[in-house]
Write a protein that binds this ligand. Structure first.
Ligand SMILES: [Mn+2]
Length: 325
């Protein structure tokens, strides 16, 4: 389902002023950054450097290895704490400041940019656009608003953001904006073939084996319309994969037409159970994630629990059954 009539939420003038008038800048995204977080952070940072500003890019966890060859990735710093005093802090798609996994950001002048519902508006400047298919769409508008032309490097990161957050231009929230952005990115020098190969065909053999193991162990519920994927430390050992290589695998069951909801439960081996929910079309999984203190979008949501994996799975499943009734 697309949003053909949903106009972009205009870039707030306070945000333009905050970026143009910035001295030192820190740009960051959420922990365990995905393509949208990395693309948004790096495109914004490159644009602000284009204004001559000193910009640090920081994340609490490394970017996926397949993004290593993207422009300026050597400037991305891994850290759990910063001194943001007298600094403009641009935070991408983090519902709460704690989602960054980085301490000390609150000491800066925080600019909060997000396309998820439920953001806690923790910034001095807050800008939300739930109609944006990716945070990268908002960043593109912000870069235009501060008057920085798109270099090939900026365009490459914006394209990465939109490509990955739309599941390869297939998920809901897509709108003409997404395609207009893609068109401009390619015109500005982004190479969609190179980017597509990095994103989708650069995985390890361990991840390929992980795909096989997860699908082999997949359980179907709700008359075969709900797929349940279970990830334990053991499956990583067996397949020679790493926990971050589960990113994106939740969408695999949707390649079967019958599957309308996917529940992925992960035991991180750290005492926490991470739950991800995906749905097709009008089925709303966000409300279910919220009941457990999480959030997200209608078709993509999640939460973290300190309860054991089987307990969490058994609590969530009965709530999913009415969705497909
Ligand atoms: Mn996003």
């Amino acid at each position: 389902m697309t949003n053909p009539s949903k106009a972009a939420v205009a870039v707030p003038s306070a945000l333009i002023d905050a970026l143009r008038g910035a001295g030192r800048v820190i740009v960051c995204g959420h922990a365990r950054p995905d393509g949208d977080a990395i693309g948004s952070v790096m495109a914004m940072a490159l644009a602000l450097r284009g204004l001559g500003l000193p910009v640090r890019t920081v994340t609490a966890d490394p970017a996926p290895a397949s993004f290593a060859a993207f422009p300026a990735m050597e400037t991305l710093e891994l850290t759990s704490e910063v001194d943001a005093t007298a600094t403009t802090v641009v935070v991408m798609e983090s519902g709460a400041l704690s989602r960054t996994g980085i301490a000390g950001l609150e000491r800066g002048h925080v600019v909060n940019i997000d396309h998820h519902l439920g953001n806690t508006a923790y910034g001095a400047v807050n800008w939300f656009d739930e109609g944006a298919a990716a945070c990268g769409e908002m960043v593109a508008d912000a870069i235009d608003a501060i008057g920085v032309p798109w270099s090939a490097a900026i365009a490459t990161h914006l394209y990465l953001a939109v490509l990955t957050d739309t599941g390869g231009f297939r998920h809901s929230h897509l709108s003409p904006r997404s395609f207009e952005l893609a068109r401009r990115c390619v015109e500005a020098g982004a190479d969609p073939v190179w980017i597509g190969q990095r994103v989708y065909d650069s995985y390890s053999l361990g991840r390929l084996r992980l795909v096989g193991a997860l699908l082999h162990d997949m359980v179907l519920e709700g008359e075969g319309q709900i797929a349940v994927l279970t990830v334990t430390p053991d499956v990583h050992t067996r397949t020679g994969s790493t926990p971050d290589e589960t990113d994106g695998l939740i969408n695999l069951p949707f390649s079967a037409e019958a599957i309308r909801v996917v529940l992925m439960v992960r035991d991180g081996g750290d005492g926490l159970t991470r739950v991800s929910l995906r749905s097709k079309g009008l089925l709303d999984v966000r409300a279910i994630a919220e009941r457990f203190g999480g959030g997200g979008h209608k078709n993509a949501a999640g939460f973290t629990s300190s309860a054991a994996l089987p307990t969490v799975r058994d609590a969530v499943l009965p709530l999913l059954l009415p969705l497909i009734a």
